[in-house]
Structures are given as structure tokens and as C-alpha cells.
Design a protein around this ligand. Structure first.
Ligand code: ZN
Length: 427
């Protein structure tokens, strides 16, 4: 039984036998109170968690892979038995008793509380949609193997990055637990020696596409999924390690990829990317990722801004594909708030009076639904019988306080035109 659901063990460890497991009362698929490192100050560190897998670590001790209830999967971890309380029966609140609109907790909760979504109603709340899918157990239906991280970490160029989620790298790779990835061609290697040999031979110094933007050290490259299949497949595998909500597209034909890089004397180092479905009527972005070592530096905002700049050139008002990841939601909330406050402030200064949601959408290329959602997050209210929003000084300062921006004059891009074969799915 355990062999079917245990993650692949590393070469220095082994899978526990049934006898070894029977000595313990902790069983897979059961829930226990487990000590977490991520709890609020006034909250017990013992939280309900489900055991998803077991393994023997390199010291020969049994470890359990646990998912904490209502916590983001990113916080799943391997724990030793001493953090699991088997003496206390787990009592769970019924669905109706739990908070109906709470995004699964994650690291962002502890340092980003500015953007509240509590004022949203059910039909408009993106958080609600994400919350619902968790509450109804959509994630629970995934095969258990894909719920357990298969790699502990990657060496990405010179960066050692701990992974967050499962990614379907080849089976033999997962036995290494740590793999090596070339940051320029994104090829992956199971051993350090193979990686070093590759680095000596690899001459690629930028993503294999056209450079459509350069502003100082920041560049964007456009890549067609039909032409650069290997690179895009490797990019998808890499991004799956840090994104939980998207299916991995092995069929990359219907997508364009926009890779953002930071250049130095050695080459163009990938910061992140977004993908965009070719000829999508509704969506201006399919998937977005800033690599962990570049997060919290304003680069996610730059990726989002570029997606809207491309939409302006196409003259298409669009919206990103949903559901968002938790980090994606925060980035979009922040971007939409900044842009909409900027428009409202400028309009008030030069015109006064009223502006409609449709007009805000036309000025910003943000879809009306997203404008409405953002106005709710900003605290839309009723003043003297009129629906209105009060812009505070703090809001205006926040909207002006942007470290990084896209300079449209440096964007050299014409919307690509696709043939039938470049658009179709092969499945
Ligand atoms: Zn390479």
C-alpha cells in the first residue's frame, strides 16, 4: 500500500516497510494535530493536518508529509513524529461553521494585509471562487502522488531554490530530490557533473525569441510555443514547481510566451514570464510567474503591466484567466488598485464630476468586471445617494509609489498573425 502513495525516496533514503509503519499509529490519509511553524500569535501551533505520504530520511527516521487544513499547499512539509499529536481526536468544524470567504493561508498572510477582500459579495469575489474550490475539496480529488512535492529543491544557475509544488519531471529525476537547471536554455540535469559539463558547452545567453522590449537591464522576449517547443516545455516544468493552480500544458501550440529578463555582462537572466493564448477574445494573459528569487521586488507588477501594454496595442480590453494563484491575486489586486486610483485622481483633477465604470475600463484596458471588483476592494460606498469612492491621501501616494514601470516608447511589438496550424490544439 505504502509503495503506491509514497513519494519517490532519495538514493540516500528508503521507503518504509509495512512492518515499520505498523509500529506507528500514524496512517496515511488520516488527520492529526500537527505542530506548524506558521501560526498566528494568539493561535495554537497545533493545527489540523492530513498525512499524505511517508518516507525514511537519511538518518533512518520515519517522516510524514503533511498538508495543513486551510493552509496553502506551499506550506506542506515533511515532519518527524514528534510534531504529530496522536493522543487527541481531530474535531473539524462543519463547512457552514467555517469562514465562508477565507483564502487558504499562506506566507503572504503574515506580511500583506493591506488588500482586504472582505467587502466583496459572492458573485464578484475572485477570492471567493478560489476559496470555494478549496472548500469543496477540488484539490482533494487530485491523485495523491501529485499532492506530494517530488523535488525538494533546484539549483537554478547559481541560485538554490526550494520548490513549492509537484511538477512532472521524469521519474528518475525525483530520486535525486535536487536537480540542476540551466538558467538560459532551461535544460535540466540529475547530476552536478552533467550540469557542469552542460554549462561549459551551452552558448545560449537569452531566451530563444525576438527581443520586443529593452529598458536598461530589463528585456522581454517573445516566444511562440509552436516554434520553441523544448524551451517552452522546460519553462512549463519549471513554473509548475512554483504554481499550483494551472494544468501543465504539454501542448504549447496555442500559446505565446513573454519572458522577462535582467541582463548583465554574462547574459539575460530570466526573472519571470507570462503566457498568452493566441487569438483569445477574452483573456490577455493565461499564466504568470515571477521566479522566487526575484519576488517582492516589483517584477510581478511589471509583467502584468506589459500584458496590458500588449492589449492596448491590440486594442483589446481583456482579463487574465482565472482562478488566480494566491500570489497572482495579490499582484493583480495591487496593480488594478494603483492604475484605477491614478485614473480617478487624474480625472477628478482635470474634469471633476463623474466617471463611469465603462470609461475607466476604456482608459485602462482593465475589463469592467475587474474594475468593479477593484472599486469594491477600495471601499466603494454610497454618499448622498450616489455610488462613489473616497480617495484618501494614502491611496494617492500608494498609486504614485511605483518603483518599476513599463516605458511604452521602448516596446517594439506588432501583434503576431497566426495560421490555422499555429492555433490548434493537437489533442
Ligand atoms: Zn543551457
Amino acid at each position: 500500500m505504502t509503495n503506491d502513495i509514497c513519494p519517490d525516496s532519495g538514493s540516500s533514503t528508503s521507503t518504509p516497510t509495512d512492518n515499520e509503519l505498523q509500529e506507528h499509529e500514524i496512517t496515511i490519509n488520516n488527520k492529526y494535530y500537527v505542530k506548524t511553524k506558521y501560526h498566528r500569535k494568539n493561535e495554537s501551533p497545533m493545527q489540523i493536518a492530513e498525512v499524505l505520504a511517508t518516507r525514511l530520511n537519511k538518518d533512518g527516521n520515519l517522516e510524514y508529509y503533511v498538508h495543513f487544513k486551510d493552509f496553502n499547499k506551499r506550506l506542506d512539509e515533511w515532519v518527524l513524529e514528534d510534531r504529530i499529536d496522536t493522543s487527541k481526536e481531530v474535531v473539524e468544524m462543519k463547512l457552514s461553521e467555517s469562514s465562508p470567504c477565507t483564502t487558504p493561508r499562506d506566507l503572504t498572510e503574515f506580511d500583506n494585509s493591506f488588500f482586504s477582500t472582505s467587502s466583496l459579495d459572492e458573485s464578484e469575489s475572485l477570492t471567493q471562487a478560489e476559496c470555494s474550490s478549496q472548500s469543496l475539496g477540488v484539490l482533494e480529488k487530485k491523485p495523491i502522488k501529485s499532492r506530494v512535492k517530488n523535488l525538494d529543491a533546484i539549483w537554478f544557475g547559481e541560485h538554490y531554490l526550494q520548490t513549492w509544488y509537484f511538477s512532472p519531471y521524469p521519474q528518475e529525476y525525483t530520486e535525486a530530490r535536487v536537480i540542476y537547471i540551466c538558467e538560459f536554455c532551461l535544460n535540466h540535469f540529475i547530476s552536478e557533473k552533467q550540469f557542469e559539463r552542460h554549462c561549459k558547452k551551452c552558448t545560449i545567453r537569452h531566451p530563444p525569441g525576438n527581443e520586443i522590449y529593452r529598458d536598461g537591464e530589463i528585456s522581454f522576449f517573445e516566444i511562440d510555443g509552436v516554434r520553441q517547443t523544448t524551451y517552452c516545455q522546460n519553462l512549463s516544468l519549471l513554473s509548475k514547481l512554483f504554481l499550483d493552480h494551472k494544468s501543465l500544458y504539454y501542448d504549447l501550440i496555442p500559446f505565446m510566451f513573454y519572458i522577462m529578463c535582467r541582463s548583465d555582462a554574462y547574459g539575460f537572466h530570466i526573472i519571470g514570464y507570462f503566457s498568452k493564448e493566441k487569438n483569445s477574445v477574452e483573456h490577455n494573459l493565461a499564466c504568470i510567474l515571477t521566479l522566487p528569487h526575484f519576488q517582492r521586488q516589483g517584477y510581478g507588477r511589471l509583467l502584468i503591466e506589459m500584458s496590458y501594454e500588449l492589449a492596448k496595442i491590440e486594442n483589446k480590453i481583456g482579463t487574465p484567466e482565472k482562478p488566480f494563484s494566491d500570489l497572482g491575486l495579490l499582484s493583480y489586486q495591487k496593480y488594478w488598485q494603483e492604475i484605477i486610483i491614478e485614473v480617478l485622481h487624474r480625472y477628478h483633477q482635470f474634469h471633476g464630476g463623474e466617471i463611469t465604470i465603462e470609461e475607466i475600463s476604456e482608459k485602462t484596458y482593465i475589463a469592467q468586471r475587474d474594475v468593479l471588483y477593484t472599486l469594491h476592494t477600495l471601499g466603494i460606498g454610497s454618499y448622498q445617494g450616489q455610488t462613489a469612492i473616497r480617495l484618501t491621501d494614502a491611496m494617492i501616494v500608494m498609486s504614485k509609489n511605483k518603483k518599476r514601470r513599463i516605458d511604452r516608447s521602448k516596446l517594439d511589438w506588432t501583434p503576431p498573425v497566426f495560421t490555422y496550424n499555429q492555433l490548434r490544439y493537437t489533442k
